[in-house]
Design a protein around this ligand. Structure first.
Ligand SMILES: NC(=O)c1ccc[n+]([C@@H]2O[C@H](COP(=O)([O-])OP(=O)(O)OC[C@H]3O[C@@H](n4cnc5c(N)ncnc54)[C@H](O)[C@@H]3O)[C@@H](O)[C@H]2O)c1
Length: 262
């Protein structure tokens, strides 16, 4: 039987740790050539590593120039936690991700799949539509001003929440943008996952995180998330477009049941 990603070339950002590392491993095991991107150098599970700071527009442009034509998949996994400075969080998790993706579109093969690592933290996007609209054309140079003037600063980890809310919305908005070429975009929204940044979430969210962990039976692991990313990168998911898939042990359903008194 043909492997899930046989013959495909997949770009995985954030490939040096956590969910990105496991995604790279699974893509390779699934038969793909993996082009890894990270600010940290690793040669585990990648055919080639591009050392790039995804908060830097110049390095992103150089990366796009260096990547080959005919890429079949882009897994946008790299991300910073809420304990990082707000400006950096927005640059890496949102502005840099969008810049890499839109610049890479001309080099993608027809039928390519883009997967964005969002988060359960993006669950409340519908309550922040005006700020999300205001961020649509946000450029690297405007991020400092944006975090000052919108609800996307350091307090309470808002920069992280905002970056994921806006990413979920951007994914919905791009359900059909490249449909004529068969290129699709989806998001995966994990709940708390046991990676090096889990402690950062608990630190930022305090009592709220403790309550989440109390109702959950366990945190997720990268091995809970990466197979879903690999499936979305594969041709088996060709009719899933603009979706945001929760992979959170049931946590988003739990929130919906509470909100709607179900
Ligand atoms: N761990 C969780 O609980 C959780 C929950 C929901 C969503 N997520 C999301 O999953 C993704 C992966 O997170 P993880 O838990 O595997 O974290 P991680 O810290 O283990 O991995 C993140 C990777 O991104 C890379 N990275 C960060 N900033 C970068 C930059 N400026 N340029 C290039 N690479 C950079 C890091 O070097 C690292 O290898 C993130 O987008 C995160 O927001 C994580």
């Amino acid at each position: 039987m043909k492997k899930l990603l046989e013959g495909k070339t997949i770009v995985v950002t954030g490939c040096a740790s956590g969910i990105g590392l496991e995604t790279a491993r699974l893509c390779k095991a699934g038969g793909a050539t993996v082009l890894g991107v990270d600010r940290t150098v690793t040669h585990e599970h990648v055919d080639e590593l591009y050392k790039v700071d995804l908060s830097c527009p110049v390095q992103i442009r150089q990366l796009v120039q260096a990547l080959p034509h005919g890429v079949h998949g882009l897994a946008n996994v790299a991300g910073l936690p809420p304990t990082a400075p707000a400006e950096l969080v927005l640059k890496v998790n949102l502005v840099g991700l969008k810049a890499l993706t839109t610049q890479l579109i001309p080099k993608l093969a027809d039928g390519a799949s883009i997967v964005n690592l969002a988060s359960l933290a993006g669950f409340g996007w519908a309550d922040h539509i005006s700020s999300i609209h205001a961020s649509e054309a946000l450029d690297f140079d405007d991020v400092a001003e944006f975090v000052r003037t919108h609800d996307a600063g350091d307090a309470g980890g808002r920069s992280y929440f905002f970056s994921k809310e806006a990413l979920v919305v951007w994914t919905l908005q791009n359900r059909w943008t490249w449909r004529a070429r068969g290129i699709r975009m989806n998001a995966v929204s994990p709940g708390p996952v046991d990676t090096p940044i889990l402690g950062d979430f608990v630190k930022t969210l305090g009592a709220r995180a403790e309550e989440d962990m109390r109702v959950m039976d366990r945190p997720g692991t990268p091995a809970d998330i990466a197979p879903v990313v690999a499936f979305l990168l594969s041709d088996q998911s060709a009719w899933i477009r603009g979706a945001n898939l929760p992979v959170d042990g049931g946590m988003s359903s739990h929130l919906l049941c509470n909100i709607h008194a179900l």
